[in-house]
Design a protein around this ligand. Structure first.
Ligand code: GCB
Length: 608
């Protein structure tokens, strides 16, 4: 699906009309919408803003917790002058599955709630006229959805989702929706691979188009001065005295691609691209050949009332908070974030570990099944021993990775891939599955970025069967919270160091970073001496981990959980959500944020 991988833009040849705004909305608990003609209008709609999650705009619990089919409908005027080109609706995401209809005709179906897709609508539209666009969504969870979970019925028949993951199952049209016009002969993809050669760079590029005309690629620097030019769908751009993209010191070139017929421009597309290399070597992560130390966070796209709805204001604040505290990186836990977030990371020089929506692949009380009290934990087999996981889920996972790499491959900020969060790696059955997805990404990512997964505490060194596939190790560990909490915190240090030394013995050349650690902390609870949940205790937990990180030079980064407090399914382990944020849900710092600011602003982004 190359075309949807291009972030939509207006250029000399492309047009775009936002479809954000107020749509008609209705739940369809009996899944009767198609049979009853809802594709042409909803019988009893309420209005719903796009983009947003639907859950938190409602005041009743049935609506917030709603699981099943639901519909969004809007009226769309399609300009007649666009008839000579391709007209498509691009959904930046639709969570988790969507079928799109135009004037009652099905035009697209997509599964997976965190990556874009397009509906090609030329054959279904009335030109220069009003059209009805209807989207039937579904937010049920299963072992074949990413993220993974279950859906069950209450005695009265109400469907309930039981996430195997610790964040609220927000859904809906949560990102931008745009109507696009592109010429029929169009640019469909652009791929770049960077090589640094002294003070110069060579960029190998490949352009995919839907036709045979010549392609030209021009590179402009930040002052708009042309610095390189090449012709052909494939080639190399030579950039003299290159300004490299570096951590917290970004530089972006504008790559302009044109399909030309003599002097006539048939199609034009551009992207802002940073030039840098990333590799893992001798226990180090190197950006442009220089050793980095990662300071940052696991995050969520989550805010009050908007839920997971795209929120440019909150995103901006998150970047300002991360800059204030001295961070240089984050992980898109636990799903690919909106493309606007990656463009911001490109501009601000953040090292992003881009994570697939592959979370919940562990059957135990810690996968938040227990926390939500929803379903039993009596499964005899481990996750990867289930046949449907090795066949259907694997196929879906592979397709999702293809979509994610296609969308995110040009971003300088995307420096590594996380292919799973906390999977069950305790059993050999995980091995062929992991090899399949890691080999796939090695093949399709032409920049050959490092690949990894976030390891769960129940699968420590010696138990984990899959670490051989990872280029660097990422550990999620909760000493000081789920184990060895409170007064026993010093025991956590001893146990963690013992595990780390075992990891280093097993993988003596692989760098290790911490992708999660932390403590739930209710902002405003102060206690002397500290108790768990107090702000003082979160500071102690951060200090305990800092001492561990500073003990080994093969530890290459620290990303506490989480940047902000965030919403989860209700349950006895969560007080209106997960409170491990260093900032509150409204983006104000807790005490421990000041400790991290002091620590991180004293640690340089590059070791040398
Ligand atoms: C984890 C998960 C994360 C949870 C976190 C927690 O290991 O990866 O999604 O929110 O622990 O707070 O328990």
């Amino acid at each position: 699906m190359p075309f949807e991988s291009l972030y939509p833009r207006v250029t000399a040849t492309r047009r775009m009309q936002s479809m954000n705004g107020s749509w008609d909305f209705q739940f369809d608990p009996e899944s009767k919408g198609v049979a009853e003609g809802w594709t042409k209008g909803l019988p009893n709609p309420t209005d719903m803003p796009v983009p947003a999650s639907f859950a938190d705009v409602f005041t009743d619990k049935y609506s917030r917790e709603y699981t099943g089919d639901f519909w969004y409908v809007t009226t769309l005027f399609v300009p007649g002058e666009w008839k000579d080109g391709s007209v498509d609706i691009r959904f930046d995401s639709a969570t988790h599955a969507a079928t799109v209809y135009v004037n009652g005709t099905e035009v697209a179906h997509h599964e997976g709630g965190f990556l874009p897709f397009v509906a090609h609508i030329n054959d279904a539209v009335k030109w220069n006229d009003y059209n009805i666009v209807a989207v039937k969504l579904n937010n049920e969870l299963s072992w074949q959805t990413l993220p993974v979970g279950e859906t069950y019925r209450l005695p009265d028949g109400t469907l309930v989702s039981a996430p195997y993951f610790d964040f609220y199952n927000y859904s809906g049209l949560q990102r931008n929706v745009n109507l696009l016009y592109t010429p029929n002969e169009r640019i469909e993809d652009l791929d770049v691979v960077h090589h640094i050669d002294g003070s110069d760079a060579h960029v190998d590029y490949t352009v995919a188009t839907s036709g045979d005309h010549d392609v030209e690629v021009v590179v402009l620097d930040e002052d708009g001065v042309e610095v390189a030019l090449a012709n052909g769908k494939q080639g190399t751009l030579d950039i003299k005295d290159v300004h490299l993209w570096n951590l917290r010191a970004a530089y972006l070139y504008k790559f302009v691609v044109r399909i030309k017929d003599g002097d006539t421009v048939i199609d034009e597309y551009f992207d802002e691209i940073g030039i840098r290399t990333v590799e893992v070597k001798d226990c180090k992560i190197l950006v442009n050949g220089r050793e980095v130390y990662l300071k940052g966070f696991g995050r969520h796209e989550d805010s009050n009332v908007h839920g997971r709805g795209f929120d440019a204001v909150m995103n901006k604040r998150d970047y300002e908070d991360m800059k204030w505290i001295g961070a240089n990186s984050f992980r898109t836990s636990h799903y690919p974030y909106a493309e606007e977030q990656l463009y911001e990371a490109d501009r601000d020089g953040f090292f992003v570990i881009d994570e697939a929506p592959t979370v919940g692949m562990f059957k135990s009380t810690m996968n938040f099944l227990g926390a939500s009290g929803a379903v039993g934990n009596d499964k005899p087999k481990t996750f990867f021993e289930e046949e449907s996981v090795q066949t259907e889920t694997l196929a879906i996972h592979r397709r999702t990775l293809e979509e994610m790499v296609a969308r995110d491959k040009r971003h300088a900020s995307v420096c590594a891939w996380s292919l799973l969060n906390e999977p069950d790696t305790t059993n050999e059955a995980a091995v062929p599955y992991f090899e399949s997805i890691f080999d796939l990404v090695a093949e399709i990512d032409t920049q050959k970025r490092p690949k990894t997964y976030a390891s769960i505490m129940m699968s420590p060194a010696g138990v984990d069967k899959t670490h051989h596939v990872a280029d660097f190790l990422m550990l999620n560990r909760y000493h000081g919270w789920y184990v060895n909490g409170g007064y026993a915190i010093s025991k956590g240090t001893i146990e963690m160091k013992a595990e780390l030394e075992k990891w280093h013995e097993l993988e003596p050349t692989k760098p290790i970073m911490f992708s999660e650690y932390g403590a739930d902390t209710m902002a405003g609870i102060h206690k002397l001496p500290s108790v768990m949940w107090s702000e003082e205790y979160q500071v102690e937990v951060m200090k305990m981990w800092a001492e561990i990180f500073d003990s080994y030079d093969w530890i290459v980064g620290e990303q506490p959980w989480n940047l902000n407090d965030f919403q989860t399914t209700e349950g006895i382990m969560r007080v209106d959500g997960n409170k491990k944020g260093l900032f509150t849900r409204d983006r104000q710092p807790k005490m421990a944020a000041f400790f991290l600011k002091d620590r991180w602003t004293a640690i340089p982004d590059y070791k040398a």
